[in-house]
Write a protein that binds this ligand. Structure first.
Ligand code: BTN
Length: 330
């Protein structure tokens, strides 16, 4: 967060913001000076700092102060003020811009960040996709974050978290408009046949146990179509109106927190399989799986209990696919 004037602690600015946010009407200067016991001059600096961040604060003589508009930023303050989670997002690190949240999370993880830590940004200059691709991350137009998870599981288990994350995204976005949301195995979310969100899961593991998983989520919210790759879309492009990003981020984190704790950690992934299959693209369709060294063709037939895609090849052989890129075979 940028520093402003001689304000040493942004924390107090956000406490003042919190106080103002909890009240409906004007808050008098007297009430504020009782609560914070700082000089008028010091108080004014905090108000100026908050305005600098994009908050519109009306100051009316005899009445006091009132927030009249909030910036559309992914500030932890904005996300956490209505976030009901147990693990995810208790600690959040915000950056106005990053190369990628994945690297920054690694930095925090190596310094002992706790499980559930979120790194979130309003723009990425080197957004990372799967298989060496880039994730286009225009400023203030999407939600870009990584979550640190440290379950004591084998690396093979982590693909379940990726699928549960996809389901969490679908669940959180479904209410935003009247469109067809679907999951493309193993890590994409589509809206009306175009990609709206992507998940990148990276792990650090030791033999049979992971040290941590970093789940990266990118969601196209208010981007114009012209800012995105041709195969992608955004909520705004589909539904015609801009959406509050911080609020959506909170809903995604809540759904993810619930699935992680109540499904994954309890070993109950199978209970969500039907939900996942109901949203799955390409089930029952002829597909091509593109892997590093080979392409496998067949009919996408099922998702099995560990999250693998099950294919039936033209010769009737059943194959379990653990990773790769799925395309419709034409
Ligand atoms: C994909 O579709 O290939 C995965 C895209 C994942 C994008 C997100 S945005 C936040 C996080 N940081 C990154 O650099 N990538 C992930």
């Amino acid at each position: 967060m940028p520093h402003h004037g001689d304000i040493k602690s942004d924390a107090l600015s956000f406490k003042i913001l919190g106080f103002l946010s909890r009240k409906d009407g004007f808050v008098s200067g007297e009430e504020l000076s009782q609560e914070f016991s700082i000089s008028r001059q010091a108080f004014w600096k905090h108000i100026e700092f908050l305005r600098h961040l994009g908050y519109e604060i009306e100051a009316r003589p005899h009445y006091g102060y009132k927030i009249t508009a909030r910036p559309d930023k992914l500030f932890p303050f904005e996300i956490q003020r209505d976030l009901h989670t147990k693990i995810i997002g208790k600690t959040m690190h915000y950056y106005p811009v990053l190369d990628t949240t994945m690297e920054k999370m690694l930095f925090h993880a190596q310094r002992g960040a706790r499980e559930g830590t979120v790194v979130i940004t309003d723009a990425q200059t080197k957004g990372r996709g799967r298989l060496g691709r880039t994730w286009v991350s225009p400023k203030d137009a999407g939600i870009y974050f990584s979550v640190l998870l440290t379950p004591r599981v084998a690396p093979g288990e982590v693909s379940k978290i990726t699928l549960l994350t996809a389901l969490a995204i679908v669940e959180a976005l479904e209410h935003t408009g009247d469109g067809a949301f679907s999951i493309k195995w193993p890590n994409d979310v589509f809206l009306n046949d175009r990609k709206i969100a992507g998940i990148l899961t990276e792990i650090e593991a030791e033999q049979d146990l992971i040290k941590f998983a970093c789940i990266g989520v990118g969601i196209n919210v208010n981007a114009e179509k012209s800012q995105l790759p041709a195969t992608a879309t955004s909520l705004k492009a589909e539904f015609g109106k801009a959406m509050p990003r911080a609020e959506l981020a909170a809903r995604v984190l809540e759904a993810l927190d619930e699935y992680y704790r109540e499904v994954f950690l309890r070993g109950e992934f199978e209970k969500k399989l039907d939900d996942i299959k109901q949203h799955l693209r390409m089930l029952g369709k002829p597909v091509k799986i593109i892997q590093h060294h080979e392409t496998i063709e067949g009919t996408a037939y099922d998702i099995d209990t560990d999250g693998a895609l099950v294919l039936r090849t033209p010769y009737g052989v059943i194959k379990r696919i653990l990773s790769g890129d799925v395309e419709l075979a034409r």
